[in-house]
Design a protein around this ligand. Structure first.
Ligand SMILES: [Zn+2]
Length: 446
């Protein structure tokens, strides 16, 4: 190696296993070396006083494309992601659910020229025949999404069907990403609240209550154990849910937990004043600083972070009663900011941040070591971070079509200065500078 395309010099290189001072060398879109090598470079970037991290891996995002593009679309959502350090994203949307090989191919072809960053696609558990799971796996699905309860218009999967699907396809190593809420518990809570003629924000945590989540999580973990399938509990909201998974992990069950900033950074009582603007499910259940501590305490070896980006505009959130308006929050604009701020405050180390929002999800979904690391041979997906920059978050900074964020008015420390996808700069100072089509569809390797 005599000359490389790019060197990023003098940064503090952060990877999940630890950190080092030095240079990152990029050749033909791949990491060519780390440290201090005796090679010239076509282009050089000084990263003094900056952190140099692998690109973030966003495993749970709904970009609503093509069916509900008034809420979000692939070009806008991936631009928001790129600006905040995310270089790979797995898309799955309930309005464009993929349940067969043919539907998978259609969606892949449609999205091919619409993404700024590399992307995978998640499929939904098929309701007609579990044979379809084999089809989407062959086409390159990143996971199978399962609802245990009918939500967002997606029918809940009966436990028997789930067991059949997970047993039959468990040895393919495809993850089953499970939205766990018990259908009959949420239904009976809904019935009670409606007969009391309630329509205040306070219905949300009572309707989507913790018991419904723990009952479903317990059942899913039991099915995971019986089937042997790789199982991920999506958006865990409370320590009780983590504990169910952790106990099972300790006896060797392949179960993992996903969580999101909103379960730590927002408070349950916000629904009383914010109403539909805090309507997402499972809802946030944090009431005190002790609860915040408790949930951080659950984020260990078996957990990772995702945004669960499911945006609606302000008008859409105000478009009906709290029962009627869509669930979900915008999250791609703020997940990396929240994690950088958490690291700046010493909640997690920077290597742990990389583990939780880059390497671990990349591994679980079959994209490591191409993604999730800066080791030589990996794609040159790189984020340069100024760890000390402090700023106030505003709605105006949001790129998502949502146009608002639940974190407006908060101070965050640490920001993405520049983001590279396969060696090409795609974002700078909070703005996306790449065109849709820059990112490519990637199938997982298992
Ligand atoms: Zn979701």
């Amino acid at each position: 190696m005599k000359k490389v395309d790019l060197v990023i010099k003098n940064g503090r290189i952060i990877m999940a296993d630890g950190e080092m001072e030095g240079n990152v060398y990029v050749q033909s879109g791949k990491i060519a070396g780390l440290g201090h090598l005796d090679v010239a470079a076509e282009k050089s970037i000084d990263a003094s006083n900056l952190l140099v991290m692998p690109g973030m891996f966003e495993a749970h995002a709904h970009l609503m494309d093509p069916a509900e593009t008034d809420r979000e679309d692939m070009p806008t959502g991936t631009a928001a992601a790129a600006a905040q350090g995310v270089t790979t994203l797995i898309e799955h949307s309930h309005c464009t659910a993929v349940r067969s090989g043919a539907e998978f191919v259609l969606k892949k072809e449609y999205l091919e020229n619409r993404s700024v960053i590399d992307f995978g696609i998640g499929a939904h558990f098929p309701t007609d025949s579990i044979d379809r799971i084999g089809e989407v796996i062959r086409e390159g699905a990143a996971f199978i999404k399962v609802f245990t309860c009918t939500t967002h218009g997606i029918p809940g999967v009966a436990t028997g069907d789930l067991y059949a699907g997970m047993s039959r396809y468990g040895d393919t190593r495809i993850p089953f990403l499970i939205h766990a809420e018990d259908d009959s518990l949420t239904a009976s809570a809904e019935k009670q609240l409606r007969s009391a003629v309630r329509s205040d924000g306070g219905i949300i945590p009572q309707w989507r209550n913790l018991l419904a989540e723990t009952v479903a999580a317990q059942s899913v973990v039991t099915i995971a154990e019986a089937s042997g399938a790789l199982t991920i509990l999506a958006h865990c909201s409370h320590p009780e849910v983590f504990k169910i998974a952790e106990k099972a992990r300790q006896r060797g069950v392949r179960v993992w937990t996903e969580t999101c900033p909103q379960y730590i950074a927002l408070k349950e009582d916000d629904v009383l004043t914010e109403g539909a603007f805090r309507k997402f499910t499972p809802p946030n259940r944090i009431q005190s600083e002790a609860d915040v501590e408790a949930i951080w305490g659950c984020i260990g070896d078996g957990a990772y972070f995702a945004s669960d980006h499911a945006p609606s505009t302000r008008a859409q959130k105000k478009g009906g009663s709290v029962w009627e308006v869509p669930f979900g929050l915008p999250g791609l604009d703020t997940t990396f900011r929240f994690l950088l701020d958490s690291a700046a405050k010493g909640r997690i180390s920077y290597p742990m941040l990389v583990e939780l929002y880059s390497r671990r999800p990349a591994r679980l979904y079959g994209y490591y070591p191409r993604k999730g690391t800066l080791l030589p041979g990996a794609d040159a997906d790189i984020v340069l971070v100024d760890p000390d920059s402090e700023y106030e978050m505003t709605d105006e900074m949001v790129i998502s079509k949502a146009g608002w964020t639940p974190y407006a008015g908060r101070t965050f420390r640490g920001r993405a200065k520049a983001v590279f996808l396969r060696g090409k700069k795609i974002a700078e100072n909070g703005a996306c500078v790449a065109k849709p089509g820059t990112g490519k569809f990637l199938a997982p390797h298992r």
